[in-house]
Design a protein around this ligand. Sequence first.
Ligand code: VG1
Ligand code: CO
Length: 542
Amino acid sequence: MIKTVPTKPYTDQKPGTSGLRKKVPVFQQEHYAENFIQSIFDALDGFQGKTLVIGGDGRFYNREVIQKAIAIAAGNGFGKVMVGQGGILSTPAASNIIRKYKTFGGIILSASHNPGGPHEDFGIKYNAGNGGPAPEKITDAIFAKSKEIKSFKIADVGTVDIDTIGTVKAGDMTVEIFDPVKDYAELMESLFDFDALRKLFKSGFRMRFDAMHAVTGPYAKEILEHRLGAPNGTCRNFTPLPDFGGHHPDPNLVHAKHLYDEMMGPDAPDFGAASDGDGDRNLIIGKSIFVTPSDSVAMLAANASLAPGYKDGLKGIARSMPTSGAADRVAEKLGIGIYETPTGWKFFGNLLDAGMATICGEESAGTGSNHVREKDGLWAVLLWLNILAARGESCKQIVTEHWATYGRNYYSRHDYEEVESDRANALVDELRAKLGSLPGTSVRGLKIAKADDFAYHDPVDGSVSKNQGIRILFEGGSRVVLRLSGTGTSGATLRVYIERYEPDKARHDLDTQEALADLIAAADDIAGIKSHTGRNKPSVIT
Ligand code: VG1
Ligand code: CO
């Protein structure tokens, strides 16, 4: 029943910030997906007879690749695969299943916040036995295998019914189709005070959750409306669609502008939230206040002990380097460790496994904790709700009080999307070359204290990851960070992160772009953003 099929390597299967992402037509090339899945297995050992979790965010091509993954897993000798019903499994739910059932690892099919459809994006990533994204050592090995692959092993198992819960055989391998929501909902129930949340909704608290036609819909519907009693209609766009209704399932102020507008409107609900394609990101908007993701990490960490799952406090906080320093001030006050990692959740795994960090976060709307090894959109929403219920205050009160206590980190990210790769690389190369000469010079009245290319020394395994983003640090603590995205699928995306700390309470209600205007101008003077990209403004401002 097992065939060895000859194949030729593709040269472009290098995993990025979070797995391999390409346009669907690229994935549809002959053996493209098969090659990558076989390369994952070729980079691992010891899985004979073990269990693999498989699921995805429901985007176009999900069901086809799930069938391929099942057949190749059988061909390579896995004993069992666990597949979310309908091929559905959010990224955090997959991480939970891997951990809860102590499986060997998992394959998650998603291009996350990128759009879906026949001409849009698809992705494949591998998560290891701790439930977290494969570390660089493994993704490098997968890429190396993909460049020398000669054949893949596939079992002739026909089309497996992935829509009916139960257990079937695929050749010698067992296939278990399970409810993708149940275990995750139970995990949330173990962390948060569901009684208090039920009371909150009963008291008339109004919430809007926008699943953006992506994978979080079924999870949000079950947890918010069914288990917590939020009124029918609290969740919107909750049916996962292969093309996400033609939208980008990216919960930010551009792609979730309708939610922002509603939350700023006259009859706004008390609390608004949204999640991305694969359910690991969160957008938080209170009634007439937007909470930046960097602030959200800090505020969740400062208040986490109000939720039962964190009542004993936090061991430490970790944030990616471009994320604002708001969380650092919370860690300092709590007297716990703070860790600064490169962009991408894979770098948090060691800190979480070692018990050094409890809460982690990224400026890109990703927050999570040691309950799984991925960022977790709905988890962040539920922790916010638990804090709102416990404090009995509005989101806006909590935010303004936080700023008054810790100061405010004005923060924004400017993205220049689909820039020609050569032009983006030239910008980075030129900037890198002059980093040594920048300290001591002034731009727009701002004195540069330090300029470097961030390198991460993992305190747990000693590994070093270089070139993780260029930092320009000004005297007084303001900074600009520039890096190229590792999740895009056409051209290059330049990300410019801008931050300024404001201790003065009287200056906490400025417009963010105005508060950062001198730094934005300085970034252009230093890096030549407009001239290199040929753009006079960013494609997306968050
Ligand atoms: C982006 C974000 C990063 C996040 C990654 C995956 O990466 O900046 O913080 O971890 O997406 O998120 P990049 O390399 O494009 O900047 V998800 O929700 O798309 O898996
Ligand atoms: Co995501």
